[in-house]
Design a protein around this ligand. Structure first.
Ligand SMILES: *[C@@H]1O[C@H](CO)[C@@H](O)[C@H](O)[C@H]1NC(C)=O
Ligand SMILES: *[C@@H]1O[C@H](CO)[C@@H](O)[C@H](O)[C@H]1NC(C)=O
Ligand SMILES: *[C@@H]1O[C@H](CO)[C@@H](O)[C@H](O)[C@H]1NC(C)=O
Ligand SMILES: *[C@@H]1O[C@H](CO)[C@@H](O)[C@H](O)[C@H]1NC(C)=O
Ligand SMILES: *[C@@H]1O[C@H](CO)[C@@H](O)[C@H](O)[C@H]1NC(C)=O
Ligand SMILES: *[C@@H]1O[C@H](CO)[C@@H](O)[C@H](O)[C@H]1NC(C)=O
Ligand SMILES: *[C@@H]1O[C@H](CO)[C@@H](O)[C@H](O)[C@H]1NC(C)=O
Ligand SMILES: *[C@@H]1O[C@H](CO)[C@@H](O)[C@H](O)[C@H]1NC(C)=O
Ligand SMILES: *[C@@H]1O[C@H](CO)[C@@H](O)[C@H](O)[C@H]1NC(C)=O
Length: 416
């Protein structure tokens, strides 16, 4: 009787051990619900019929990760933590079974992923809601993210994606297929993103049902577009945006962010003062926090029209019409300063000008009746204050007397 009990007990104990993981007989170490297979120079993950809830394959030499690792597991509702940090992973195979997990933590940081190809991580359609799903792919060299690269069929309560320190500049629409019932947090720090729109920002707003937090610090964002604001206005979730350490250009294109009713402004403010983004340019606003500025601080200076003709031919004694070739100023230029330097002094005075050959116009047009001396006209947009100016060289055209009239009109008017 005693012997039978012992045998039954032994069988029971053996089964318990094997339930934990048969790999413990091999190179790995086990401890309670943990399986440690780290630092073994493995080139593929060993498979386990009944994996414990935490498996650690970090610091090996795995190149292709096989999500079928847990295909035969009978475990249910586990906290599935799979650590594959510091390997050489560039690709994946298989389908991840979520039926045994109520939480999934996948660590693929410090691997060799250059891209996330289509179908990189796909779950089967089993299982209920995943209370939590965290996906770490930080510190790889991912540049491209394909459509359908991560597909999770289960509803996810709390979704966190870590893409920090990669080379991502763009996330295409449909890159991920998720259904998030509570909160979504996306880490995209230290990448090459140039605009929130290129991260599928409006899609994140749609799939998050309670809150969305986006970390895009230390990227290449120079401005934010009003279309992003409009996408935001349509959603009613709580959003936080961490956007400091970007080369923000605080010009007229970003003026709308000074409106206290702006949703993106509020989302940035919600990230807290220590993370306040600062302007990189223009110099006058450098290091000022975005939130400390008013509408009138955001201006666009006049820009030289690249098509402007800066050499003009005129006919002595006729009318000369010039345009100060600047555009795109916001607020618009209100006054232009003109200074004439005649090439053969002393010239005759110009009617309406002061003795230093200087005048001011309210528009960018300058008209001189009876133009009588060649020389250089320097024009400067005066208000709002700017430091730009341009020289227009006016000389007499004596070669084709008959057709000059037409020529003057064509050339002197520039393009407007
Ligand atoms: C793994 O490989 C390295 C270098 O080839 C070697 O030094 C180390 O001892 C190996 N580790 C194991 C556990 O075999
Ligand atoms: C799962 O079980 C099947 C059938 O018993 C077997 O062929 C397969 O190799 C097992 N898969 C793994 C990953 O252990
Ligand atoms: C960041 O943007 C600037 C200006 O558009 C560009 O010159 C630079 O190459 C970009 N840097 C990266 C890492 O994409
Ligand atoms: C947000 O709006 C949708 C409809 O547009 C509504 O179903 C949902 O309950 C709202 N959520 C909150 C938190 O107000
Ligand atoms: C915020 O207010 C300004 C002026 O009060 C208005 O022009 C603008 O459309 C408003 N923006 C939003 C997003 O409601
Ligand atoms: C921003 O505009 C306000 C109001 O015009 C002005 O007082 C302030 O000096 C400006 N700030 C900067 C940094 O130019
Ligand atoms: C300059 O001219 C080209 C060709 O005619 C035109 O496409 C472009 O828009 C012009 N640029 C400006 C700033 O007017
Ligand atoms: C035009 O200017 C020239 C030279 O200053 C002068 O001799 C001539 O009378 C002027 N003609 C008119 C119509 O003002
Ligand atoms: C102005 O144009 C004339 C005729 O093309 C030329 O001879 C002269 O050198 C130019 N002057 C300057 C300062 O560019």
């Amino acid at each position: 009787m005693k012997a039978i009990i012992i045998v039954i007990l032994l069988i029971y104990l053996r089964q318990t051990v094997s339930l934990e993981c048969e790999l413990c007989d091999g190179p790995c170490r086990c401890s309670g619900p943990y399986l440690y297979c780290d630092n073994l120079n493995l080139t593929s993950a060993l498979s386990c019929t009944d994996p414990p809830r935490t498996i650690d394959f970090s610091y090996n030499k795995i190149e292709v990760i096989n999500w079928e690792l847990f295909a035969n597991s009978t475990a249910q509702n586990q906290y599935c933590h799979n650590n594959f940090r510091n390997n050489a992973i560039t690709a994946s195979t298989g389908t991840y079974r979520t039926n045994q997990c109520n939480r999934v933590i996948l660590s693929l940081g410090y691997n060799a992923l250059r891209e996330l190809p289509s179908g990189f991580f796909v779950t089967d359609s089993g299982g209920g809601e995943l209370f939590e799903f965290s996906f770490y792919v930080s510190n790889n060299r991912m540049r491209n993210i394909a459509r359908g690269s991560i597909i999770v069929h289960n509803i996810i309560g709390t979704l966190t994606i870590y893409f920090d320190n990669n080379e991502i500049s763009y996330i295409p629409s449909g890159a991920f297929d998720f259904h998030v019932s509570r909160t979504f947090t996306l880490y995209l720090r230290d990448n090459y993103i140039v605009s929130l729109s290129s991260t599928e920002f409006s899609h994140w707003l749609e799939i998050s049902s309670q809150s969305l937090t986006i970390y895009v610090e230390a990227n290449n964002i120079t401005t934010m577009e009003y279309t992003e604001e409009l996408a935001f206005l349509k959603s009613n979730i709580t959003v936080r945006i961490y956007i400091s350490n970007n080369p923000l250009v605080c010009d007229c294109n970003l003026r709308w962010i000074a409106d206290t009713n702006s949703s993106i402004r509020q989302a940035i403010q919600a990230s807290g003062l220590p993370f306040a983004p600062r302007c990189k340019t223009p110099d006058i606003l450098k290091e000022h926090t975005l939130m400390s500025l008013f509408r009138q601080n955001f201006t666009c200076p006049p820009k030289l029209d690249p098509n402007a003709t800066l050499n003009v031919q005129a006919i002595s004694g006729k009318q000369l019409s010039l345009r100060c070739p600047f555009a795109k100023a916001d607020p618009p230029v209100e006054f232009y300063d003109w200074v004439f330097t005649p090439s053969n002094p002393p010239p005759s005075p110009i009617s309406g000008w002061d003795s230093q050959f200087a005048t001011t116009t309210k528009t960018d047009q300058l008209i001189i009746n009876n133009f009588s001396s060649e020389g250089i006209f320097k024009c400067t947009p005066l208000f709002p204050k700017s430091s730009v100016s341009v020289d227009i060289n006016v000389s007499f055209d004596n070669s084709h007397e008959t057709s000059t009239e037409e020529k003057i009109n064509k050339k002197a008017l520039f393009c407007s």
